[in-house]
Design a protein around this ligand. Structure first.
Ligand code: HAM
Length: 457
């Protein structure tokens, strides 16, 4: 019996699942505050969706896809990314005809790539991303970058480097590719196997080579900026000016070309080095695309988007100790201990009323000694144990024991429910903008996202 998980995949449980949920909840609420709605395309698509969408010149399509024939001999692929599937969804459902443009979609789920597993690199990993499709202004690129930046700062990630570049429009790119072919023609023989391959399929990708000797050769290569059309140049300058105005720090990186084929004009990546000095590389990346919707048989609509790698985000949050509060939170707040058989029904009823009010509650139906039950309550991280015995049953009351101070109070059921109500109200109050209780810049104790500019700084 094979009883181990597949190489490059990961079991998520316990605290780690909560960490993913925490990140996903913050990302979705921020995306919604920017006017995005969730889309859930299937994990399985016809292989052409990616071969056409992601591009035959990309490593993802050529080497990394999980593609197989199903029992009906159809070639299917486990999605290696979301963008192409979202375009297929938009075109198939003709959303461009029924929705107000631009269509703004966010998504979240597993993607699959056959890559060599290593730190921050899996074969099944989770992406959270957005696509803004059908706008015409470069402001959509800007707003998208701002959204990504805002998501990362809300999580408390302060050491983000935004790397940005332009690939220009199609004509600029073709002229540049020709210049690169010319430059590398007599050098490529001495370069790595991947570069030889890239020379034929997509010479832009040679710029991305990580082999030190090849990087030396790349240094002398022609620059994209010398091949940009006036429009592309102006568009990029406008974007950089606006980023400066909005105080979003960036680094122009003219070797940033991205691994997927569909990009034109702006491309960007969010890089992160944790406080301990671990370089996680790109924790998220994206860019602008002009032809994708049309390639799927839709109208000529441009789009822009990005995806975050959730495993990498959760790792940097742990490394930078930004999840301590969440990690310390117990599995439940209340642990109800009926200490006789007769009290179990009352305990169940009480748990339901408490849960309906939003409290996180567990009940011990297994019986046993009170001491053992209290130990379980502590292990679950509960703040209070609620004890019900014969006496309490007769009086319609309960004992509420604070597990930190060990203080115990007898309350009637309705007093207890009032106390829960107050606690829940307190938990949902936000003190971020109170002077006394105020949080540090960009951090919010209630994890609410606030739409004012303060969040960006
Ligand atoms: P990508 O750069 O291929 O872009 O992936 C986005 C992010 O997914 C990366 O920045 C990285 O954080 C994470 N990632 C990639 N591969 C792995 C892996 N093997 N293990 C763990 N994490 C990984 C896209 O997927 C585009 N669809 C982004 C986009 C959206 N462009 C426009 N719209």
């Amino acid at each position: 019996m094979q009883s181990r998980n597949v190489k490059g995949t990961k079991d998520l449980f316990g605290k780690e699942t909560r960490q993913f949920q925490f990140v996903e909840n913050i990302f979705s609420s921020i995306a919604e505050s920017f006017g995005y709605q969730e889309m859930r395309p299937p994990v399985l698509e016809h292989s052409e969706v990616f071969v056409r969408g992601v591009g035959e010149g990309s490593d993802v399509v050529r080497k990394e896809m999980y593609t197989f024939l199903d029992k009906g001999e159809r070639s299917l692929t486990l999605r290696p990314e979301f963008t192409a599937g979202i375009m297929r969804l938009i075109v198939q459902n003709k959303l461009y005809a029924t929705e107000t443009l631009p269509i703004k979609a966010y998504y979240n789920g597993p993607v699959f790539r056959y890559e060599r597993p290593q730190l921050g690199r899996y074969r099944q990993f989770n992406q959270f991303g957005v696509e803004c499709v059908g706008g015409t202004s470069y402001f959509n690129d800007l707003e998208t970058i701002m959204l990504g930046y805002c998501m990362l700062s809300t999580l408390g990630l302060t050491n983000v480097t935004l790397k940005i570049n332009t690939l220009g429009d199609e004509a600029s790119r073709e002229a540049y590719k020709a210049a690169l072919k010319n430059y590398f023609a007599d050098k490529v023989e001495g370069m790595c196997e991947d570069c030889k391959d890239r020379f034929n399929v997509n010479p832009l990708r040679i710029l991305d080579c990580k082999v030190p000797e090849d990087q030396e050769i790349v240094k002398g290569a022609p620059k994209m900026s010398d091949y940009l059309s006036e429009e592309s140049k102006e568009r990029f300058e406008n974007i950089l000016d606006a980023l400066t105005q909005m105080e979003i720090p960036y680094e122009v990186d003219d070797t940033l070309v991205r691994g997927l084929d569909y990009y034109s004009e702006t491309v960007f990546e969010f890089h992160y080095t944790s406080k301990k000095g671990v370089n996680y590389g790109a924790i998220g990346a994206g860019g602008h695309y002009s032809n994708l919707v049309k390639e799927f048989g839709g109208p000529e609509l441009e789009g822009v988007g990005f995806s975050f790698g959730e495993e990498r985000i959760v790792s940097v949050l742990n490394d930078d100790e930004l999840l301590n509060e969440l990690n310390e939170e117990g599995e439940v707040e209340f642990y109800i201990c009926p200490i006789c058989e007769e009290a179990k029904e009352a305990a169940l009823a009480l748990s339901v009323s408490s849960r309906m009010m939003g409290a996180r509650v567990d009940v011990n139906f297994e019986g046993g000694k009170l001491g053992a039950m209290l130990k379980k309550a502590v292990k679950k991280g509960a703040l209070y144990a609620i004890i019900i015995g014969e006496d309490e049953l007769n009086k319609n009351s309960l004992q509420m024991k604070n597990l930190v101070t060990e203080e115990q109070t007898e309350l009637t059921v309705s007093e207890y429910l009032d106390a829960i109500k107050q606690m829940q109200e307190h938990d949902h109050e936000c003190h971020c903008h109170d002077d006394e209780d105020g949080c540090e810049d960009g951090e919010c104790c209630c994890h609410h996202h606030h739409k004012d500019e303060g969040d960006l700084n």
